[in-house]
Design a protein around this ligand. Structure first.
Ligand code: ADP
Ligand code: MG
Length: 698
């Protein structure tokens, strides 16, 4: 007997290998399978009589097999299964490549349902490699709206559908945690029905209803979390940080540039919050390159001048080290001690020595420098997740800053705040580059405090973006050579070659080899991917920042935060494989100084829709607009799968479900009024706990 927490291995016909693959996708139990939602549907709602088929269109046909046989194609060295299928109006030729077993599965006389694209066949028509199934088995693969799932290597949609079909009855046992009063107010279907409809919709309204319910769930939980957090904060106390005006002025004047008005305003808003003894919880939002770091440093400087500690947590070692170097450099003359804590690097500045000789252990190794020493000694501490993993407590933590906040989970953010050694709650500042409009951010995250840097430094030039076809590749390389000759540097971002190459090792190695051996044998080419040790990454980053490496081949790790002002070219290989918003983030790695910068989008695709999609990057430099286009280009059948940078908690809902967001907010507020501890709704309370654990685990 299957139950919701039965291991999937016990489902009929799941072999050990399929179970393993499913587990890779996070599907371990029947419940997981039910919640493994399709991301789009093939629409085979209309059966087409064979006589009415047209070349170039996808269609669904039902007919009887009149002939089926395997042939060898001597020229192309492959096996071809050829069949004739008739539905009384006409006969259709069907072929499959290298799947000889089909001729054993389907026999003459079988009634089959086929779905696929109709092609021209020397004047006649044929279907090539359609999805097929015998009709008497009940059709789930080729008729109606057929779900498509995100898959891992060698798992087919067909397998997943077949499995879901077997367990879908158990959806009725999933407890609906959404309070009835909310469900009725918003007119949502119940959870079991939504699960049924999202997997096996009868029509488009079914998808819409299911999607609405599941999207509401996400938005509602976010709202509730935001409102609960806000309530909790309103009850606690924080250290009040006095604004040190002369030093702040001195710092700002020491910068090699003038702050933008937006930076000034954001800094001002933050400093005002810090002066209060209520914990700040503020989101600092600004597109890539808008200069958020300086604003953070102003805040941290003031904290340090109050003899309190500030911590900045970044998602990668590279980024943490870079922030550390920047802060050390800019605060050199303020007598402030800065520490670095990552898994592999522990440092603290010692201003007796020139800045270039930062020591990594006291007195030439007499004391081993560990995280505890640093946290005890430094005023400003910069680090990675290591900060929360290490067994340390801050003396008097007044401000916690989280860079690229979406890369951290709620629990991680919370854990950092709890590292405070006293019983005051540190002020919290979260940074994000997801450029969503203020109204939307407020709708999504409740009435959070928000500072927006909505302007780029004045001297920035527009990045020239071009889509580059294979034919123009040589020309692009020449251009890059000229840029390097002129002193500039280049990023090359590679897409993952296959799913198993999670760390991007293969794709980066291959590209690096090509550039290093063939295209630019005379230039220093570096590589950066997930398999490298932290020290190696660090070394390479250093060499790139020192202009020793001219061209850096990397995975999407460069997407986050890296600041290399001398780089002027961002080359994106297989650009069609990335979302527009993501490519926009890559592009933000260049154009960070006075040099005219370029972004080249390489693609071997010739498909007009793909090229049109990439063209959007050429036309727009607005990250939010690009996120919106990402959604649009992926089509209305899309339920989820969109990489909404900055919003990993949204799987089904999108940033554009504005009306639903508003309803979620109202409903959350309503419940909080009725019972701020949610004790009236134990199911909801439990769900909220699980959800907080689940989301953000990237
Ligand atoms: P992001 O907002 O993406 O984190 P950074 O803080 O890394 O951006 O800043 C990007 C670059 O712009 C850095 O090299 C920084 O020194 C520089 N910068 C910041 N503010 C200004 C400004 N007002 N004028 C010119 N350059 C600036
Ligand atoms: Mg940044």
């Amino acid at each position: 007997m299957l139950a919701l927490n039965t291991d999937i291995i016990n489902i009929n016909r799941v072999g050990a290998s399929a179970a393993k693959k499913l587990k890779k996708l996070g599907v371990a139990t029947v419940r997981d399978l039910l919640f493994y939602f399709p991301f789009r549907y093939d629409d085979f709602t209309n059966l087409t009589p064979i006589a009415k088929l047209q070349a170039g269109r996808s269609a669904n046909v039902v007919g009887q097999i009149e002939l089926i046989q395997n042939k060898r194609s001597p020229r192309r060295k492959m096996n071809i299964t050829e069949a004739l299928v008739s539905d009384g109006t006409e006969t259709l030729k069907v072929i499959w490549f290298n799947q000889p077993f089909i001729a054993r599965l389907l026999k003459v006389g079988d009634k089959v349902s086929l779905a696929g694209k109709v092609e021209d066949d020397y004047g006649g028509l044929m279907m090539s490699s359609p999805v097929y199934e015998k009709v008497n088995l009940g059709t789930i693969h080729t008729q109606g709206l057929v779900p498509n799932y995100h898959l891992t290597a060698n798992l087919t949609h067909k397998q997943v559908r077949f499995l879901v079909k077997q367990v879908i009855g158990l959806a009725a046992r999933v407890q609906d945690w959404l309070p009835l009063e909310v469900r009725y107010d918003v007119k949502l279907i119940n959870l079991a029905e939504a699960i049924n409809k999202i997997h096996f919709p009868k029509n488009n309204p079914d998808i819409k209803k299911a999607r609405e319910r599941l999207a509401f769930d996400e938005l509602f939980l976010i709202q509730l979390e935001a409102q609960l957090a806000k309530r909790k904060l309103s009850l606690s106390r924080s250290p009040a940080i006095k604004f040190h005006e002369p030093e702040t002025r001195k710092f700002v004047n020491s910068l090699p540039f003038k702050l933008t008005d937006a930076q000034r305003k954001a800094a001002w808003e933050i400093l005002r919050d810090l002066e209060k003894d209520r914990p700040m919880s503020r989101l600092l939002e600004g597109d890539v390159g808008s200069g958020k770091t300086i604003v953070v440093i102003i805040a941290m400087l003031n904290v340090a001048l109050n003899n309190q500690q500030a911590v900045l947590m970044a998602p990668t070692e590279i980024l943490a080290k870079q922030h550390y170097d920047t802060v050390c450099r800019l605060l050199e003359n303020f007598g402030i001690k800065v520490g670095l804590v990552t898994r592999n690097q522990k440092e603290i500045t010692n201003y007796q020595l020139p800045i270039t000789n930062k020591i990594s252990n006291f007195n030439n190794q007499t004391i081993k420098l560990n995280a505890k020493n640093i946290v005890d000694d430094a005023d400003i501490i910069i680090g990675t997740h290591a900060l929360i993993q290490e067994d340390i407590k801050f003396k008097n933590l007044a401000l916690a800053v989280i860079d690229e906040q979406h890369r951290f989970g709620v629990e991680q953010r919370q854990a950092l705040l709890e590292k405070s050694g006293d019983n005051l709650t540190p002020h919290l500042l979260s940074l994000t580059a997801t450029p969503i409009p203020r109204s939307l951010a407020l709708a999504l995250y409740g009435d959070l405090d928000l500072s927006v840097i909505n302007q780029l430094p004045k001297d920035r030039q527009k990045i020239i973006t071009k889509v580059v076809s294979e034919e123009s590749r040589a020309q692009a390389y020449e251009f890059i050579r000229a840029q390097v000759k002129a002193g500039r540097q280049v990023f090359v971002v590679c897409p993952l070659i296959d799913i198993s190459d999670k760390l991007g090792v293969k794709s980066v190695e291959a590209e690096h080899e090509k550039l290093d051996k063939i295209v630019f044998p005379d230039l220093a080419i570096g590589k950066l991917h997930g398999r490298l040790k932290a020290e190696e990454k660090e070394k390479i980053m250093r060499e790139f920042l020192d202009n020793k490496i001219k061209i850096l081949v990397a995975t999407s790790v460069v997407e986050v935060g890296l600041d290399a002002p001398n780089a002027s070219v961002m080359m994106i290989e297989g650009a069609d494989r990335f979302g527009l918003a993501q490519s926009h983030q890559f592009r933000g790695r260049v154009g960070r100084s006075l040099h005219q910068s370029y972004c080249f989008l390489f693609t071997d695709s010739q498909s007009p829709p793909t090229l049109a999609r990439l063209q959007a990057l050429v036309n727009s430099a607005d990250g939010f607009e690009l996120a919106r286009l990402d959604l649009k280009f992926r089509g209305p059948g899309q339920v989820y799968g969109l990489e909404q940078k900055g919003f990993p908690e949204l799987k089904i809902a999108s940033l554009f479900d504005y009306a639903l967001m508003k309803q979620a907010k109202e409903q959350a507020a309503k419940l909080m009024q009725i019972d701020p501890f949610l004790n009236k709704w134990p199911g909801l309370k439990e769900k909220l706990g699980q959800w907080e654990k689940m989301v953000h685990l990237e």
